[in-house]
Every structure is written in C-alpha cells, then in structure tokens.
Design a protein around this ligand. Structure first.
Ligand code: APR
Length: 243
C-alpha cells in the first residue's frame, strides 16, 4: 500500500490527531464480530436479545454466560500490528486521542495511553444497580454480587438502549473538535454518535482519513481513503511518516 506523499507531509506537521476505531482493527487478531460469534448453543439467540438491561434483569445467568464466552474469545487472542502502530503514532504526536467502539481492550493491552472506550470494556464488570463499583472480571460460573451493595455485577459494556459513558463521549468530542487529522479505522460508520465524529472533524477543518477493507458510507466524504487491512496500512503509514 502506497501512502500518499501529501498525507505524510501533513501528518508530519500535525500536533493533534484523533483516531476512531471499530471491529475491523481487531479482525486481524482473529476476533469475530458481535454477530459472527453466534454459533453453537448461542445461535438460538440474537445479540439484540442478550445485550440489554432487560435481558440481564430477566435472566442474569444467561447473559453472564454469553459474555463469559465472548470474553474467553477475547482472552484467547491479542493485539495485532494495527494496534501497535497506533501506540507508535501516539508516541510521535503531542496530542493524541484514540476513540474506540471496541470492547476487547486491545488498545490498552497494546500500550496505547489516551484511550476512550466508548462502548466499555468486556474485561471489566460493574454494579448493575449503578452504585459505582467497577472491577476486573473474575472467572465466575455464577453471576457475582457487588461487594458494596450486593446487587449483581454486570459486564462493563454499553448495552442496546443505554447511553454512552458521558466523560468518554465529551472527551471524544473535544479531541474531534481540536484535531488536525481524524482517522476512521475499521469501522462501518453506521452506529451513532461515533459515526458523526468524522463529519464534525471535517467541518472544523481537519483532514479525514479512512482505513478500511471496503468503501463505507463515509468514503465519499474523506480526504484520503486507504483501502486494505489496517494491520498492514497503519504500520506502513507510521513508518513512512515518522521513520
Ligand atoms: N482492516 C480494516 N478494516 C476492516 C478489516 C481489516 N482487517 N476487517 C474488516 N474491516 C472493516 C469492515 O469492512 C467494516 O467496515 O471493519 C468494519 C467493521 O464494521 P462493523 O462490524 O459494523 O463494526 P463497527 O463499525 O465497529 O460497529 C460499531 O456496532 O454492533 C455495534 O456495538 C457494536 O461497537 C460495535 C458498533
């Protein structure tokens, strides 16, 4: 993949970069997407019927077991060259913000520091009653209880019908408004509000770069569309820009 010279020069002068990532960046880790994971016993359920507060209230053990299965898949795989390239990019950029829709935690695991996990993190749990307790996921076959208020502990991810964590969302908007370059990496750009961030960045004068296997609804609106695997394009881009 040839990285356009114009883009390299622009990035070399950029002090503020914001990146939005989606499921595509973890594809090369071997991780299935939300829907692809529905095999075997789980094929009788739709994710939309499991990833909701109502489903958890109705049958906590079923939802807990589904997330345990998904978490095991995350634990079996690990960060790939795309995640690591973003760690390098952060070290070369004075103001760098990595906004992710992924719950796998691979950006933090790879070593990225300023990461905003808009949809939460599957490796953590929090109190279902909202008392504020957040903890690491322990391998329990039964649904564990909150050490503070004894309610159930739930996966620390955003479920259908729930709002995104406000602090992360505000920080994502701030980074989007301030950046000179905005990357949309491995996301179909269909889910709001993450989908609108690229447009916001562009309106504020940033250049927008898309890295995706295929064209998306965002493609006609970007300055540079780099089609291919993020695990190949990102390392090449970082090497050519910063050496
Ligand atoms: N490199 C780059 N892009 C890739 C790669 C790859 N190796 N493999 C797949 N892609 C692209 C696909 O072309 C697609 O556009 O990644 C995108 C993945 O899109 P989605 O599966 O829709 O994932 P995402 O955009 O993260 O979805 C957003 O929707 O289902 C909810 O909460 C879930 O966080 C998720 C959100």
């Amino acid at each position: 993949m040839k990285i356009p010279k114009e883009l390299i020069k622009y990035l070399q002068k950029s002090t503020h970069i914001a990146i939005l990532t989606g499921a595509g960046i973890s594809a090369e880790s071997g991780l299935n997407t939300f829907r692809e994971a529905q095999t075997g016993f789980w094929s009788q359920y739709r994710p939309e019927d499991l990833a909701t507060p109502q489903a958890f209230a109705r049958d906590p053990k079923l939802v807990w077991d589904w997330y345990a299965m998904r978490r095991n898949k995350v634990a079996e795989a690990s960060s790939n060259s795309g995640h690591f390239a973003l760690v390098d990019m952060e070290s070369r950029t004075p103001n760098f913000t990595l906004i992710t829709q992924n719950v796998d935690g691979y950006h933090v695991q790879a070593g990225s520091k300023n990461v905003l996990e808009l949809h939460g993190n599957i490796q953590k749990v929090r109190c279902f009653d909202g008392c504020g307790i957040v903890d690491d996921w322990e391998d329990n076959s039964e649904v564990p209880h909150c050490p503070k208020c004894n309610a159930y502990l739930r996966p620390d991810v955003v479920w259908f019908g729930e709002s995104l964590p406000l602090d992360a969302l505000n920080a994502a908007h701030k980074a989007t408004l301030e950046c000179q370059a905005f990357f949309s990496v491995g996301t179909s750009g269909l889910v709001q509000p993450a989908a609108s961030l690229a447009h916001t960045a562009r309106q504020k004068g940033a250049i927008v770069i898309e890295i995706n296997l295929d064209p998306t609804p965002l493609t006609p609106h970007v300055d540079f569309a780099l089609h291919g695997k993020s695990g190949e394009i990102l390392p090449a881009l970082v090497k050519e820009t910063w050496g």
